[in-house]
Design a protein around this ligand. Structure first.
Ligand code: 5AD
Ligand code: SF4
Length: 470
């Protein structure tokens, strides 16, 4: 593998850390343990795999339980909605008492929430027992920061405003052997007026397709069968690079990688979804028949104030075009209820789209005011009482429609990737269909990571029961 200078530097810090952790082990007469807790989206989940990969490679053992009492505890935070922030503060309180009992314990915070200056102020003032804080732009320098935390023995806080570095070849500890996320781009340029992501993740930056394909080939060699291409807006892939391939072209290249059997991607902005993408998906045997297409609101007026740059009619026309090319496709979405100025009539428009678009699933969120976003200072913030009423209306429509739509698969035999043991009953497995729908069926751990044909016997709305038929 050819490393760049930044990667070489961090690999050197990894070597130094290995020695330091080994010495600690000798002194304590035991292994040091670590825990990585992830809040938020798939991108954060992927970042956590990178953090865990580094911790393991320097000698930490992963502690897998609920108690936050390992020797190194790190929260990879999210700040898309305020409730994620509150959960972090809540758990930090409990960490303080664990730290009193374990003198070796180090506490670290990273991720999107750390890119907010007000959060850093609060940590400095009220959480002096936190040892290390870093943000989204310098996650690649985690080995260096970890070493500093142990050597300097004082609170290390390092936040960058942006970065142009792409450091992707450090150790990674994948949660699943057989599937993996792959970052194809970072950041977002869309500035939807409610959203804090462009401020905490920075401007859009795509990785070169050669690097992406190289990573996917390495993953395939390592047993990965399914990749999820990750970006805030994958449809604008390549826009910031000269002569870069388009997203549909990139998909075609991924399709060529031997060993990869399924390709997923997340997330598509409706304004940029091209006919070329629809065509590539329709003709592909590997690209899953699922598209996550965030609606946010069905009211053209609310969409305008959200800066989404499409109308209700344009969105519905796009859904129709996708369904015409792939009648069986599963479409999922995100919806926000309670955006400033949203009226009862606006909510009815959203409900109308839900009925017409026939989603397989929809994530419905209550609008959360995020500091310094344009929507935070818009007039007519909707009273919570109305928001709750509207939220219940939207949620029940989503559930009703999703149940109806998902039921189309009943009695069919579908190809399922076996993913994990069912939490409630260990004689069952959970797997996923191409549509991303979860299926429960009898099986054992030897089947995890393989594909089986499953007859879908009963639809429970968002998931199925089934029986393996081969
Ligand atoms: N309030 C509520 N939901 C939000 N999302 C993004 N920002 C906010 C906010 N301020 C939702 C959007 C997005 C998903 C990842 O999170 O629906 O698609
Ligand atoms: Fe946020 Fe809009 Fe970018 Fe998605 S596309 S991350 S909602 S600004």
């Amino acid at each position: 593998m050819i490393y760049n200078d930044d990667e070489l530097l961090q690999l050197d810090y990894i070597d130094k850390l290995r020695k330091l952790i080994y010495e600690k082990e000798q002194k304590l007469g035991r292994k040091l343990t670590c825990q990585v807790t992830t809040f938020g989206c798939q991108m954060n989940a992927r970042d956590s795999e990178k953090i865990l990969g580094i911790l393991k490679s320097v000698g930490f053992e992963e502690k897998i339980d609920e108690a936050d009492d390992a020797d190194f505890v790190i929260y990879n935070t999210c700040t898309v909605r305020d409730n994620a922030n509150q959960r972090v503060y809540g758990r930090l309180g409990a960490l303080k008492s664990h730290k009193k009992k374990n003198k070796e314990m180090k506490i670290a915070l990273c991720g999107c929430m750390m890119q907010e200056p007000s959060v850093i102020e609060k940590i400095k003032k009220s959480y002096p027992f936190v040892d290390l804080v870093f943000g989204t732009h310098n996650i690649f320098s985690f080995p260096e920061l970890l070493l500093r935390t142990y050597v300097e023995n004082k609170q290390v806080i390092e936040i960058w405003d942006s970065t142009d570095k792409v450091v992707e070849r450090l150790p990674v500890a994948r949660k699943y052997k057989f599937k993996s996320g792959v970052n194809i781009m970072f950041g977002c340029n869309n500035f939807c007026t409610y959203c804090i992501v462009p401020y905490v993740r920075g401007r859009e930056r795509s990785r070169r397709h050669e690097e992406i394909i190289e990573e996917i080939k390495r993953l395939a060699d390592d047993g990965v069968k399914e990749v999820m291409l990750l970006g805030q807006n994958v449809n604008s892939y390549g826009n910031n690079l000269d002569n870069e391939v388009s997203f549909p072209e990139l998909l075609k290249m991924v399709e060529e990688v031997e060993g990869i059997e399924r390709i997923r991607f997340m997330t598509s902005h409706p304004k940029d979804l091209s006919d070329e993408l629809i065509e590539v998906m329709a003709n592909s045997k590997k690209i899953c028949k699922h598209i996550h297409l965030p609606l946010q609101s069905g009211s053209t007026e609310v969409l305008r104030r959200m800066n989404r740059r499409y109308t209700k009619e344009q969105y519905l026309a796009l859904v129709e075009k996708i369904r015409k090319a792939m009648p069986d496709i599963s479409i999922t979405t995100d919806i926000i209820v309670g955006f400033p100025g949203e009226t009862y009539e606006d909510v009815l428009e959203t409900i109308d789209v839900i009925k017409k678009a026939k989603y397989d699933n929809a994530f419905t969120f209550i609008y959360s005011k995020r500091t310094d976003t344009p929507a935070a200072s818009m007039p007519d913030q909707v009273p919570l009482e109305d928001v709750k009423k509207h939220f219940d209306m939207v949620l029940s429509t989503v559930q009703e429609m999703a149940k109806e739509r998902t039921a189309r698969f009943e009695n069919r035999v579908v190809r399922v990737l076996c993913e994990e043991i069912n939490e409630q009953d260990d004689s069952y497995l959970d797997g996923r269909m191409s549509s991303n729908t979860v299926v429960h069926f009898k099986g054992d751990s030897s089947m995890i990571g393989s594909f089986v044909n499953v007859k879908l016997t009963k639809c429970h709305g968002f998931y199925y029961d089934g029986d393996v038929v081969d």
